[in-house]
Design a protein around this ligand. Structure first.
Ligand SMILES: [Zn+2]
Ligand SMILES: [Zn+2]
Length: 376
């Protein structure tokens, strides 16, 4: 399990790299004035490349990923000035590349799951679910389909909205951006739904997190007979649903937590944006470059701001959810019942109030003890 999906990711990342380098070095490439802004295309290209390289798992940390792609963008921009290509090096292009990388890295950070007491156990199940998902050809078909549907719907919506509400000077750019955004959202939604479904399978059928084989669970811990990966009984406890029993909690989230997160994110991203803007103005004045001023760069910064704002809002809302989930084992995540004194077997207990399983706290880390035969 996990080999085929990763291979496809790596092939895609290499393909993305190749397409990027060819597109930026194509001799005398001229875009028509109707086409999406050159800067927006730069940012989107480098944003997607960053995402593909991350999924290929060549880098373990986000800062390494960001550093590597920024380096690549710098070399790419520099080699364009070489004679055979008849292109030119531009500070604005390079800045647009950086904006794409920065937004992508920021959104990746926003989408990472927050830590909790049982977080690592949940993350291991999530990683196994993801590998299982991407190993299936059907997943890729579903992703392509949802991207296509998203692009059609997004293009239609954005063109309609901009026709009716705004005096749009670049309808093609709007069409393009709407299509890209909705395609990305479609793929994201498909992957999330798929990971949830795979996690359900793994938990229900008690599958090995390494090889996906079914495990005959006897006792509290053991090793997979096929691949030797150690397992603990707790890893098959499903994450309790926060919302199913507590309507008041859902209402508080919708009316108070989410608007508050959106406001905080607006202020934080806005302040960061102001620093970046001020730095670019300084560069403009200092070196006599024009980066912060041109209209297409302002467009790009506005899009980057909107994406970063949405991403941070989601991150803040999710960390509020995670802090509720982090009390698992002390308090029932599902109904709020206090669990002190409730009997636990093999690190797993059952809430006497609502009957939902929970992972007991002290043993929650036991699964991490490595065994000689385990393969990571
Ligand atoms: Zn196994
Ligand atoms: Zn309960």
């Amino acid at each position: 399990m996990g080999e085929r999906g990763l291979l496809v990711m790596r092939v895609l990342a290499l393909g993305g790299l190749l397409v990027t380098l060819v597109a930026t070095h194509w001799p005398r490439l001229q875009l028509s004035s109707e086409a999406p802004s050159d800067k927006v295309l730069h940012a989107i290209t480098y944003g997607f490349l960053t995402l593909l390289v991350w999924r290929a798992t060549w880098f373990a940390r986000l800062w390494q990923l960001g550093g590597a792609v920024v380096l690549l963008a710098s070399v790419d921009e520099w080699t364009q000035s070489l004679p055979p290509f008849f292109r030119h090096t531009s500070w604005n292009d390079w800045t647009a590349d950086l904006v794409g990388v920065a937004v992508c890295v920021f959104l990746l950070w926003c989408s990472m799951s927050a830590r909790g007491s049982t977080g690592e156990l949940r993350r291991a199940v999530r990683a196994a679910s993801e590998r299982r998902l991407f190993d299936r050809p059907f997943t890729w078909l579903a992703m392509v389909t949802s991207a296509a549907v998203g692009a059609l719907v997004g293009g239609a919506i954005s063109v309609t909205v901009s026709r009716l509400l705004l005096a749009d000077e670049r309808p093609l750019q709007t069409l393009f951006l709407g299509a890209v955004l909705f395609a990305a959202m479609g793929v994201d939604w498909t992957v999330r739904a798929g990971v949830r479904a795979m996690a359900k399978q793994i938990i229900k059928a008690r599958l090995c997190l390494q090889c996906g084989g079914a495990i005959d669970v006897v006792g509290e811990a053991g090793q997979c007979p096929d691949c030797g990966r150690s397992w603990v009984r707790q890893q098959w406890v499903a994450m309790p649903n926060l919302w199913s029993r507590d309507r008041g909690r859902l209402r508080r989230f919708l009316l108070w937590r989410i608007p508050r997160a959106a406001l905080i994110a607006f202020v934080v991203v806005g302040s960061l944006g102001m620093y970046v803007w001020a730095a670019l103005m300084l560069v403009d004045v200092w070196f006599g470059q024009r980066i912060a001023v041109p209209g297409d760069m302002r467009d790009l910064f506005a899009y980057a701001y909107a994406l970063a704002w949405i991403g941070l809002t989601i991150r803040l809302v999710r960390s509020a959810v995670a802090s509720k989930q982090a009390i698992e084992g002390l308090e029932c995540v599902s109904c709020g019942h206090l669990l002190r004194g409730v009997g636990v077997r093999g690190g797993v207990g059952v809430c006497p109030e609502c009957g939902v399983e929970f992972i007991a706290r002290p043993e929650a880390d036991a699964w991490r003890v490595p065994t000689p035969s385990s393969t990571a």
